[in-house]
Design a binder for this molecule. Structure first.
Ligand SMILES: Nc1ncnc2c1ncn2[C@@H]1O[C@H](COP(=O)(O)OP(=O)(O)O)[C@@H](O)[C@H]1O
Ligand SMILES: [Mg+2]
Length: 247
Protein backbone atom coordinates (compact mmCIF):
# COMPACT_ATOMS: atom_id res chain seq x y z
CA UNK A 1 0.00 0.00 0.00
CA UNK A 2 1.61 3.26 -1.01
CA UNK A 3 -0.75 5.81 0.54
CA UNK A 4 -0.91 5.80 4.29
CA UNK A 5 -4.21 4.66 5.64
CA UNK A 6 -5.57 5.58 9.07
CA UNK A 7 -7.72 2.97 10.79
CA UNK A 8 -9.61 3.87 13.98
CA UNK A 9 -10.74 0.91 16.06
CA UNK A 10 -13.70 2.30 17.91
CA UNK A 11 -16.90 1.50 19.74
CA UNK A 12 -18.94 3.41 22.24
CA UNK A 13 -18.77 0.26 24.38
CA UNK A 14 -15.85 -0.94 26.51
CA UNK A 15 -14.64 -4.53 26.66
CA UNK A 16 -15.87 -5.43 23.17
CA UNK A 17 -12.45 -6.31 21.75
CA UNK A 18 -11.18 -2.98 20.39
CA UNK A 19 -7.63 -3.34 21.67
CA UNK A 20 -7.46 -7.02 20.69
CA UNK A 21 -8.56 -6.00 17.20
CA UNK A 22 -6.16 -3.05 16.96
CA UNK A 23 -3.15 -5.22 17.84
CA UNK A 24 -4.16 -8.09 15.55
CA UNK A 25 -4.81 -5.76 12.61
CA UNK A 26 -1.49 -4.00 13.21
CA UNK A 27 0.35 -7.33 13.21
CA UNK A 28 -1.50 -8.49 10.11
CA UNK A 29 -0.66 -5.27 8.25
CA UNK A 30 3.01 -5.61 9.22
CA UNK A 31 3.00 -9.27 8.16
CA UNK A 32 1.81 -8.04 4.75
CA UNK A 33 4.87 -5.79 4.56
CA UNK A 34 3.34 -2.48 5.65
CA UNK A 35 5.12 -0.10 7.97
CA UNK A 36 2.68 0.24 10.85
CA UNK A 37 2.15 2.69 13.68
CA UNK A 38 -0.30 1.98 16.49
CA UNK A 39 -1.33 4.97 18.59
CA UNK A 40 -2.74 3.94 21.96
CA UNK A 41 -5.30 6.62 22.77
CA UNK A 42 -6.75 4.85 25.81
CA UNK A 43 -5.29 5.86 29.19
CA UNK A 44 -5.91 2.25 30.30
CA UNK A 45 -2.87 1.47 28.12
CA UNK A 46 -3.85 -2.12 27.23
CA UNK A 47 -2.33 -1.98 23.73
CA UNK A 48 0.84 -0.36 25.09
CA UNK A 49 1.18 -3.22 27.57
CA UNK A 50 0.39 -5.93 25.00
CA UNK A 51 3.14 -4.58 22.78
CA UNK A 52 5.70 -4.46 25.62
CA UNK A 53 6.12 -0.72 25.54
CA UNK A 54 6.37 1.30 28.69
CA UNK A 55 3.45 3.61 29.38
CA UNK A 56 4.39 7.24 29.71
CA UNK A 57 3.37 8.99 32.86
CA UNK A 58 3.56 12.50 31.56
CA UNK A 59 4.82 12.23 28.04
CA UNK A 60 2.99 15.24 26.77
CA UNK A 61 0.19 13.78 24.72
CA UNK A 62 -1.55 17.07 25.15
CA UNK A 63 1.50 18.89 23.79
CA UNK A 64 1.40 16.63 20.70
CA UNK A 65 -2.27 17.35 20.13
CA UNK A 66 -1.97 21.05 20.72
CA UNK A 67 0.79 21.13 18.11
CA UNK A 68 3.54 22.20 20.53
CA UNK A 69 5.47 18.97 20.19
CA UNK A 70 6.16 16.61 17.27
CA UNK A 71 4.56 13.18 17.51
CA UNK A 72 7.78 11.68 16.11
CA UNK A 73 9.37 12.11 19.55
CA UNK A 74 6.67 9.95 21.13
CA UNK A 75 7.14 6.94 18.81
CA UNK A 76 8.64 3.73 20.29
CA UNK A 77 9.56 0.33 18.86
CA UNK A 78 7.26 -2.50 19.95
CA UNK A 79 7.66 -6.25 20.50
CA UNK A 80 6.12 -6.81 17.05
CA UNK A 81 8.43 -6.48 14.05
CA UNK A 82 7.30 -3.69 11.78
CA UNK A 83 4.94 -2.14 14.34
CA UNK A 84 5.85 1.07 16.16
CA UNK A 85 3.77 2.48 18.98
CA UNK A 86 2.82 5.80 20.42
CA UNK A 87 2.27 4.60 23.98
CA UNK A 88 -0.68 5.59 26.11
CA UNK A 89 -0.06 8.47 28.35
CA UNK A 90 -1.56 9.20 31.74
CA UNK A 91 -2.22 12.75 30.55
CA UNK A 92 -4.78 11.30 28.10
CA UNK A 93 -7.22 11.35 30.97
CA UNK A 94 -7.32 15.08 30.56
CA UNK A 95 -7.27 15.04 26.77
CA UNK A 96 -10.89 15.94 26.30
CA UNK A 97 -10.30 19.11 28.29
CA UNK A 98 -7.20 19.96 26.25
CA UNK A 99 -9.02 19.39 22.98
CA UNK A 100 -12.01 21.36 24.16
CA UNK A 101 -9.84 24.39 24.71
CA UNK A 102 -8.20 24.12 21.30
CA UNK A 103 -9.48 25.70 18.12
CA UNK A 104 -10.77 23.25 15.46
CA UNK A 105 -10.75 20.74 18.22
CA UNK A 106 -11.85 17.67 16.29
CA UNK A 107 -9.09 17.98 13.67
CA UNK A 108 -6.15 18.07 16.10
CA UNK A 109 -5.28 14.41 15.86
CA UNK A 110 -5.26 14.37 12.06
CA UNK A 111 -2.94 17.35 12.10
CA UNK A 112 -0.61 15.73 14.63
CA UNK A 113 -0.36 12.66 12.36
CA UNK A 114 0.47 14.59 9.21
CA UNK A 115 4.26 14.62 9.58
CA UNK A 116 4.26 10.81 9.96
CA UNK A 117 2.22 9.98 6.89
CA UNK A 118 5.32 9.39 4.78
CA UNK A 119 6.89 7.11 7.40
CA UNK A 120 4.02 4.64 7.78
CA UNK A 121 1.72 2.81 5.39
CA UNK A 122 -0.86 2.04 8.05
CA UNK A 123 -1.73 3.94 11.22
CA UNK A 124 -4.00 2.17 13.73
CA UNK A 125 -5.74 4.22 16.43
CA UNK A 126 -6.79 2.22 19.50
CA UNK A 127 -9.59 4.38 20.91
CA UNK A 128 -11.01 4.58 24.41
CA UNK A 129 -14.71 3.68 24.69
CA UNK A 130 -17.38 6.35 24.59
CA UNK A 131 -18.36 9.27 22.41
CA UNK A 132 -15.64 11.66 23.50
CA UNK A 133 -13.70 14.41 21.80
CA UNK A 134 -10.84 11.94 21.50
CA UNK A 135 -13.19 9.66 19.53
CA UNK A 136 -14.29 12.57 17.33
CA UNK A 137 -10.64 13.34 16.61
CA UNK A 138 -9.87 9.72 15.80
CA UNK A 139 -12.90 9.40 13.52
CA UNK A 140 -12.04 12.68 11.80
CA UNK A 141 -8.51 11.38 11.10
CA UNK A 142 -9.66 7.93 9.98
CA UNK A 143 -10.08 6.54 6.48
CA UNK A 144 -11.74 3.48 7.97
CA UNK A 145 -13.50 3.03 11.31
CA UNK A 146 -13.43 -0.58 12.50
CA UNK A 147 -16.13 -1.39 15.06
CA UNK A 148 -16.16 -4.69 16.96
CA UNK A 149 -19.66 -5.68 18.05
CA UNK A 150 -20.74 -8.13 20.69
CA UNK A 151 -22.95 -10.91 19.33
CA UNK A 152 -26.36 -9.75 20.43
CA UNK A 153 -29.14 -7.86 18.72
CA UNK A 154 -28.65 -5.06 21.26
CA UNK A 155 -25.26 -4.35 19.69
CA UNK A 156 -27.17 -2.67 16.87
CA UNK A 157 -27.56 0.21 19.28
CA UNK A 158 -23.82 0.78 19.68
CA UNK A 159 -23.45 0.25 15.93
CA UNK A 160 -25.95 3.08 15.32
CA UNK A 161 -24.05 5.33 17.72
CA UNK A 162 -20.80 4.70 15.84
CA UNK A 163 -22.48 5.40 12.52
CA UNK A 164 -23.96 8.63 13.88
CA UNK A 165 -20.56 9.79 15.10
CA UNK A 166 -19.06 9.17 11.67
CA UNK A 167 -21.87 11.17 10.09
CA UNK A 168 -21.27 14.00 12.60
CA UNK A 169 -17.64 14.13 11.49
CA UNK A 170 -18.67 14.62 7.89
CA UNK A 171 -19.07 10.97 6.95
CA UNK A 172 -15.68 10.71 5.26
CA UNK A 173 -14.62 7.46 6.91
CA UNK A 174 -15.91 4.10 5.79
CA UNK A 175 -17.27 1.80 8.46
CA UNK A 176 -16.40 -1.87 8.82
CA UNK A 177 -18.22 -3.57 11.71
CA UNK A 178 -17.97 -7.23 12.68
CA UNK A 179 -19.09 -9.61 15.41
CA UNK A 180 -16.53 -10.88 17.89
CA UNK A 181 -16.31 -13.17 20.94
CA UNK A 182 -18.88 -15.36 19.26
CA UNK A 183 -19.74 -18.64 20.98
CA UNK A 184 -21.85 -20.66 18.58
CA UNK A 185 -23.12 -22.86 21.40
CA UNK A 186 -25.24 -19.90 22.49
CA UNK A 187 -28.52 -19.40 20.72
CA UNK A 188 -28.40 -15.61 20.97
CA UNK A 189 -24.95 -15.61 19.35
CA UNK A 190 -26.12 -17.82 16.50
CA UNK A 191 -29.08 -15.49 15.96
CA UNK A 192 -26.82 -12.44 15.86
CA UNK A 193 -24.53 -14.13 13.32
CA UNK A 194 -27.49 -15.14 11.20
CA UNK A 195 -29.28 -11.79 11.30
CA UNK A 196 -26.97 -8.81 11.74
CA UNK A 197 -24.68 -9.11 8.68
CA UNK A 198 -27.63 -9.68 6.38
CA UNK A 199 -29.63 -6.85 7.92
CA UNK A 200 -26.90 -4.18 7.97
CA UNK A 201 -24.52 -3.74 5.02
CA UNK A 202 -21.65 -2.34 7.12
CA UNK A 203 -21.64 -5.41 9.38
CA UNK A 204 -19.41 -7.90 7.57
CA UNK A 205 -19.89 -11.63 7.66
CA UNK A 206 -16.46 -11.98 9.28
CA UNK A 207 -16.91 -13.51 12.72
CA UNK A 208 -14.16 -13.65 15.35
CA UNK A 209 -14.87 -16.61 17.63
CA UNK A 210 -14.65 -16.49 21.40
CA UNK A 211 -11.12 -17.81 21.97
CA UNK A 212 -8.69 -18.23 24.87
CA UNK A 213 -6.01 -17.18 22.39
CA UNK A 214 -7.14 -13.57 22.88
CA UNK A 215 -6.18 -13.78 26.57
CA UNK A 216 -2.93 -15.50 25.65
CA UNK A 217 -1.81 -12.45 23.69
CA UNK A 218 -0.96 -10.96 27.09
CA UNK A 219 1.44 -13.79 27.99
CA UNK A 220 3.10 -13.71 24.59
CA UNK A 221 3.03 -9.98 23.96
CA UNK A 222 2.13 -10.90 20.41
CA UNK A 223 -0.78 -11.08 17.99
CA UNK A 224 -2.73 -14.33 17.63
CA UNK A 225 -1.48 -14.79 14.07
CA UNK A 226 2.11 -14.93 15.35
CA UNK A 227 1.63 -17.90 17.70
CA UNK A 228 -1.54 -19.65 16.47
CA UNK A 229 -1.70 -18.85 12.75
CA UNK A 230 -4.12 -21.63 11.89
CA UNK A 231 -6.67 -20.84 14.60
CA UNK A 232 -10.12 -19.58 13.74
CA UNK A 233 -9.40 -16.27 15.46
CA UNK A 234 -6.19 -15.70 13.45
CA UNK A 235 -7.98 -16.52 10.20
CA UNK A 236 -10.84 -14.20 11.04
CA UNK A 237 -8.44 -11.34 11.76
CA UNK A 238 -6.58 -12.04 8.51
CA UNK A 239 -9.90 -11.80 6.65
CA UNK A 240 -10.80 -8.63 8.54
CA UNK A 241 -7.47 -7.03 7.65
CA UNK A 242 -8.06 -7.88 4.00
CA UNK A 243 -11.50 -6.24 4.16
CA UNK A 244 -10.20 -3.15 5.97
CA UNK A 245 -7.27 -2.73 3.57
CA UNK A 246 -9.70 -2.59 0.66
CA UNK A 247 -12.54 -0.66 2.33
N1 LIG B 1 -12.30 -13.13 20.52
C1 LIG B 1 -12.14 -13.11 21.84
N2 LIG B 1 -12.40 -14.22 22.59
C2 LIG B 1 -12.26 -14.18 23.92
N3 LIG B 1 -11.87 -13.12 24.63
C3 LIG B 1 -11.58 -12.00 23.94
C4 LIG B 1 -11.72 -11.92 22.52
N4 LIG B 1 -11.37 -10.68 22.13
C5 LIG B 1 -11.03 -10.00 23.25
N5 LIG B 1 -11.16 -10.79 24.35
C6 LIG B 1 -10.88 -10.43 25.75
O1 LIG B 1 -11.89 -9.53 26.20
C7 LIG B 1 -11.32 -8.54 27.04
C8 LIG B 1 -11.60 -7.14 26.45
O2 LIG B 1 -10.96 -7.05 25.19
P1 LIG B 1 -10.27 -5.69 24.72
O3 LIG B 1 -9.72 -5.95 23.36
O4 LIG B 1 -9.33 -5.18 25.75
O5 LIG B 1 -11.56 -4.76 24.62
P2 LIG B 1 -11.70 -3.16 24.59
O6 LIG B 1 -10.42 -2.60 24.04
O7 LIG B 1 -12.87 -2.92 23.69
O8 LIG B 1 -11.97 -2.71 25.98
C9 LIG B 1 -9.84 -8.85 27.15
O9 LIG B 1 -9.61 -9.59 28.32
C10 LIG B 1 -9.56 -9.69 25.91
O10 LIG B 1 -8.49 -10.60 26.10
MG1 LIG C 1 -9.10 -1.15 24.72
Amino acid sequence: MSISRVIAVFSTKGGVGKTTTAVNLAWQAAADGSRVLLWDLDPQAAATWLLSVRQKLRGGASAVLSGDRSIAKAVRESSIDGVDVVPADATYRGLDIVLDGAKRSSTRLARALKPLRGDYDVIVLDCPPGASLVAENAIDAADVVVAPLSPSLISLRSFDQVRALIADQGGGASLVAFLTMVDRRKKSHREAVAELPSRVPEITDIVVPFSVLAERMGERHAAIGAFAPRSGAARAYAALWHRVAHA
